[in-house]
Ligand binder design. Structure first.
Ligand code: ATP
Length: 256
C-alpha cells in the first residue's frame, strides 16, 4: 500500500526544470531510496514533499490525502518528518532537551499548558520525558543524555538529529544523507538504526550518496537524473541497469 505518491510533479526555477514529470510511490513500511547525480533534484523533491516549496505542476498524495498545497506545519502534523541536520541542533542544550524540543514542535497546546503549570501539564511533561528517554535509548544515546549537543562527536550529533525527528512521531521519515561524514563504524551503526526505524513501522525515504549504504539498506530505489525518473527497482535491478550505470553509478567509486 502506498503511503506517499508523487504524480507528474514538476518544479521550475525560471527556465530550469529542477524536477520534471516525476512519478513515484513509496510503499508503507519500506526503506525507499532516492538517488541521482549532484543537481539531479533530490533536495528539491524533499522540499516539495515537506511543503517548503510548491510544485509548478502535479500532485503529492500522503496517506490518501492531497497535500500538494498544504503549509509545511500541516504536512508535519500529518506525520511527515525530516531528520534534522547538525545545524538544527541546540548545541548548548543537553541531548534529552534537544529531543524534548521535538515533542514541543508536535504540540503547541503543550507549550501553553506548560505555561499554565497545570497538573495536566506536569503529567504531559513527565510522559514526554519518558518518551524522549525511550527515543534516546533507541538511538543509542543513553549514556550521552545529559551531554551538551555541542560536545558530541559527529556520529552522535547525526543520531540526535534523527532522534528529534522521531520525537515528532512520524509515519514517514525523510532522511537527507544520514551517513555523510561518518566513519565506517558510525555509518554501520546508523544503517542498523535506520533498519530498526523501519521495523518500528516508520516508512523511510532516504537520499544518500553512498552506493554501498543504498544498496545494502533499500527495499526500493528510485533514480533521478536532471529532475526526471530514469529507473526504479530493487537494489539488484538498479545495480545492473544500463541507464543508471551511465548516468550515475559509473562515476561513483563507492559503488562496488
Ligand atoms: P545534490 O546531490 O548536489 O545535493 P540535488 O539532487 O539535491 O543535488 P537539487 O539541490 O534539488 O539537486 O537541485 C536541482 C536543480 O535545481 C539544480 O540544477 C539546482 O541548481 C536547481 N535549484 C535548486 N534550488 C533552486 C533555487 N532555489 N533556485 C534556482 N535553482 C535551484
Amino acid at each position: 500500500m502506498s503511503l506517499l505518491t508523487l504524480e507528474n510533479v514538476g518544479k521550475n526555477y525560471g527556465k530550469l526544470e529542477a524536477v520534471s514529470e516525476l512519478d513515484f510511490s513509496v510503499e508503507k513500511g519500506t526503506i525507499h531510496s532516492l538517488i541521482g547525480p549532484n543537481g539531479a533534484g533530490k533536495t528539491t523533491v524533499f522540499n516539495l514533499i515537506t511543503g517548503m516549496i510548491r510544485p509548478t505542476s502535479g500532485r503529492i498524495v500522503f496517506n490518501g490525502e492531497d497535500v500538494t498545497r498544504l503549509e509545511p506545519h500541516k504536512i508535519a502534523q500529518r506525520g511527515v518528518a525530516r531528520s534534522f541536520q547538525q545545524t538544527f541542533l541546540f548545541m548548548e542544550y543537553s541531548v534529552l532537551d534537544n529531543v524534548l524540543t521535538g515533542f514541543h514542535m508536535r504540540s503547541r497546546a503543550g507549550v501553553i499548558k506548560e505555561f499554565l503549570h497545570t497538573r495536566a501539564a506536569r503529567e504531559a511533561d513527565k510522559k514526554a520525558t519518558e518518551q524522549a528517554l525511550e527515543i534516546v535509548d533507541f538511538m543509542g544515546l543513553s549514556e550521552q543524555k545529559d551531554e551538551l549537543a555541542g560536545n558530541l562527536p559527529h556520529g552522535h550529533q547525526r543520531a540526535l538529529g534523527v532522534s528529534i525527528a522521531l520525537a515528532c512521531d512520524p509515519t514517514l521519515l525523510l532522511m537527507d544523507e544520514p551517513v555523510t561524514g561518518m566513519n565506517p563504524t558510525e555509518s554501520n551503526e546508523m544503517v542498523e538504526r535506520i533498519r530498526r526505524i523501519r521495523d518500528r513501522g516508520i516508512t523511510v525515504l532516504l537520499v544518500e550518496h553512498s552506493m554501498r549504504v543504498v544498496m545494502d539498506i533499500s527495499d526500493m530505489i528510485t533514480v533521478i537524473s536532471y529532475g526526471r525518473k530514469i529507473a526504479q527497482g530493487l537494489p539488484d535491478e538498479i545495480k545492473h541497469d544500463r541507464q543508471v550505470i551511465e548516468a550515475y553509478i559509473g562515476e561513483d567509486t563507492d559503488a562496488a
